[in-house]
Design a binder for this molecule. Structure first.
Ligand SMILES: N[C@@H](CCC(=O)N[C@@H](CS)C(=O)NCC(=O)O)C(=O)O
Length: 336
């Protein structure tokens, strides 16, 4: 056990920062929360430029990447683990964490930077906590710089007019996947939350705050809204993991369907296009088009998921076969 406190440097507007903050609270790991400032940015610029959040360890070192950090914290602190004990369930946890981190951020980004109401709301908020420009702190110039910077990044995330119907549809399907299953003590794989629950918390919590997706969530999925709000501080939650069969049904199965129908086909198309050097690919999901320019980072996401899948024991893979088959994930994972 490490002595001393961690320091989590982030912004309340960053889904990844509040993901890690909620995880640290649940795990009862002592830490202090601070907002990213220009001077902290300087101190941490050796990490991937401008990355939020950054975790400063008790020994003073700075580290990034919430998934890597969550696993490192598992090695350093034993109590209140967020990784399911069952290896088959732990694989699904990793896949659903990735779905939240890498896909759910797309509708989040689209809603944030599409409508002027959302743009105005988020640019005031995020520019204040997350200044990236040389403009005077708190000035309208700083807000405008931030707004322009984020809008320029929309195509990179696939948040374009062409893809808008599919991104919106994916948000509605995500809400529908959660709503029947969430509850006071109901998480993805038990009555205790997992790493995947915290990743979903991060993305959903921002969408529960930004004007357009907030209205949709309150209309379509009010209990998901409450569930998300509670997960911000689960330091008093003391639950258990479900038995394997229960853990692989319900909420997990509903989200696996989104992975099988949307996310894994997207990753596969991206990897194929990248390998062939094609500049633009269009896929069609749920009758809606999605155009992508191959992105190397997401080739790595697919490789990582497939490596984890390949490393499963035969017994674990056999246990996953029915649910991964039904949800359309199996063919994309077992390929290669
Ligand atoms: N995979 C990273 C993602 C972190 C991330 O993308 N953070 C965003 C903010 S939500 C960021 O800092 N982006 C850099 C930028 O926009 O310049 C993690 O889990 O920590």
């Amino acid at each position: 056990m490490v002595e001393g406190r961690y320091r989590l440097i982030g912004s309340t507007a960053s889904p990844y920062a509040i993901k890690l903050r909620a995880l640290l609270r649940y795990r009862r790991i002592p830490f202090d929360w601070v907002i990213m400032t220009k001077s902290l940015r300087k101190q941490t610029e050796h990490l991937r430029p401008n990355l939020i959040p950054v975790l400063q360890y008790p020994d003073g070192t700075f580290r990034g990447e919430t998934t890597t950090l969550a696993y490192d914290l598992e090695n350093r602190h034993r109590e209140r683990s967020v990784i399911p004990e069952d290896g088959a369930v732990a694989f699904v946890c990793d896949l659903l964490e990735d779905l939240a981190d890498e896909w759910a951020v797309k509708p989040l980004f689209l809603y944030r930077w599409w409508d002027p109401e959302d743009q105005g709301y988020v640019s005031r908020w995020a520019a204040e906590e997350w200044s990236v420009s040389g403009a005077e702190p708190g000035s309208s110039e700083e807000i405008e710089d931030f707004r322009r910077r984020q809008i320029s990044r929309m195509p990179m995330l696939g948040a374009t007019a062409e893809n808008k119907p599919l991104l919106e549809q994916s948000y509605r399907r995500i809400l529908n996947a959660f709503e029947p299953h969430v509850g006071m003590t109901k998480y993805l794989f038990g009555s205790r939350p997992s790493l995947a629950d915290f990743a979903w918390f991060g993305q959903l919590s921002e969408m529960a705050t930004d004007p357009t997706p907030m209205r949709l969530m309150r209309q379509m999925a009010p209990f998901t809204d409450h569930w998300t709000r509670r997960l911000d501080d689960a330091s008093g939650v003391d639950g258990a993991w479900y038995p394997r069969e229960q853990a692989l049904s319900g909420m997990a199965e509903a989200l696996l369907r989104i992975a099988g129908e949307l996310y894994l086909p997207f990753l596969v198309a991206n990897a194929e296009a990248f390998a062939k050097g094609v500049e633009r690919v269009e896929i069609n999901v749920w009758g809606l088009p999605y155009a992508l320019s191959p992105f190397k980072y997401q080739v790595k996401c697919l490789d990582l998921i497939r490596e984890k899948f390949a490393a499963l024991s035969v017994e674990n893979r056999t246990a996953l076969r029915p649910v991964l088959g039904r949800t359309g994930c199996w063919a994309h994972l077992a390929a290669n």
